[in-house]
Design a protein around this ligand. Structure first.
Ligand SMILES: Nc1ncnc2c1ncn2[C@@H]1O[C@H](COP(=O)(O)OP(=O)(O)O)[C@@H](O)[C@H]1O
Ligand SMILES: [Mg+2]
Length: 300
């Protein structure tokens, strides 16, 4: 695939990689001095009368690493859709910092302001190298000709190297993305988001389908990003959540069922009930996650 195809593909991707407001300018607009970086209050989303989110409130601090768990259908993806402007709530408020009303912005505007989202399925450009993928993600100029012919400056190369180091792919710079393992593709996509210097990173089920070693690497990666970025991770894999979690929010039927440190969450009777209920509902179709949930529910 030619670079131009990759470029076209890049600009088709829901505006997520749309050109961004420079990080420095953004820091001036975003005011988090007296409160959270993400503020959702009493958010309700209805689909034909069914409430996918039902009066949900969530506050995420700057630099925090927050895990969101909950059984299937709890509203986790809908919550991310609200934050990124994909879905509009019927009621409630959603703010980025204290000043920016997310409900008045569309998806590309929210992405440009620094809320990056990683979807479950990796969507890297398979025929381009790791380096080129990061280079494409970096370009803030929508002019295709510029993207095709501009050579990265020394500073830009340094930035790409830095991100390749962070995501553990520095030794695979020239490798075609299509030849990477599933886990490596996921890290590359996180790297592509990092090229945009997001303030908030939303990550949906990052370890689904990963090997144990890849899961551990992902945990370390997300932990290393916290502090510099605020990271919100939706995840079903309890062992993974336990390994990284500081503050955990449990969603159930569109509401916050419990919130707090993992140790408290793990011993919360309501949470245990919800997870045991799900493992019975799930039958034996997905043995491994069910077993994980059961061992989680009994507090191991
Ligand atoms: N576009 C939609 N139309 C109708 N129902 C939806 C739509 N999106 C989500 N839902 C419903 O809302 C509930 C929450 O979904 P979702 O946010 O995807 O849950 P989770 O990500 O926690 O599994 C589910 O019952 C789902 O079927
Ligand atoms: Mg989901």
């Amino acid at each position: 695939m030619k670079l131009i195809d990759g470029t076209r593909e890049l600009f088709r991707r829901d505006g997520v990689f749309d050109f961004m407001i420079p990080a420095k300018a953004r820091d001036h607009i975003l005011d988090t001095t007296h409160g959270p970086i993400l503020y959702l209050d009493s958010v309700t989303v209805s689909f034909d009368g069914f409430k996918a989110l039902d009066g949900l409130s969530l506050y995420v601090d700057q630099g925090e690493l927050r895990c969101i768990i909950g059984p299937n259908g709890a509203g986790k993806t809908t919550l991310m859709d609200v934050i990124t402007g994909k879905t509009r709530p019927d009621h409630g408020e959603a703010y980025f910092g204290q000043q920016i009303n997310l409900l008045r912005l569309d998806e590309p505007e929210i992405a440009r302001l620094g809320i990056g989202r990683k979807f479950q399925k990796p969507t890297v450009f398979e025929h381009h190298s790791v380096f080129e993928n990061l280079e494409l993600a970096m370009h803030t100029n929508k002019d295709v000709w510029y993207t095709l012919f501009a050579r990265p400056t020394g500073e830009q190369r340094d930035r790409i190297d830095e991100v390749m180091t962070d995501i553990g792919l520095i030794d695979h710079s020239a490798r075609q993305a299509g030849l990477l393992s599933h886990g490596q593709k996921q890290w590359l996509e996180i790297g592509m988001l990092l090229m945009q210097e997001p303030l908030v990173l939303l990550v949906d089920e990052p370890v689904a389908g990963m090997t144990q070693q890849e899961i551990e690497h992902t945990a370390a990666l997300l932990e290393s990003l916290a502090g510099k970025h605020s990271v919100v991770v939706v995840e079903h894999d309890m062992a993974f959540v336990r390994s990284i979690a500081r503050r955990v929010t449990v969603l159930h039927e569109g509401r916050v069922l419990a919130e707090g440190p993992m140790d408290d969450i793990q011993n919360n009777p309501e949470v245990i009930e919800v997870y045991l209920g799900e493992s019975i509902d799930a039958g034996d179709q997905s043995t491994e996650p069910v077993l994980r949930r059961q061992s989680y529910a009994v507090g191991h």
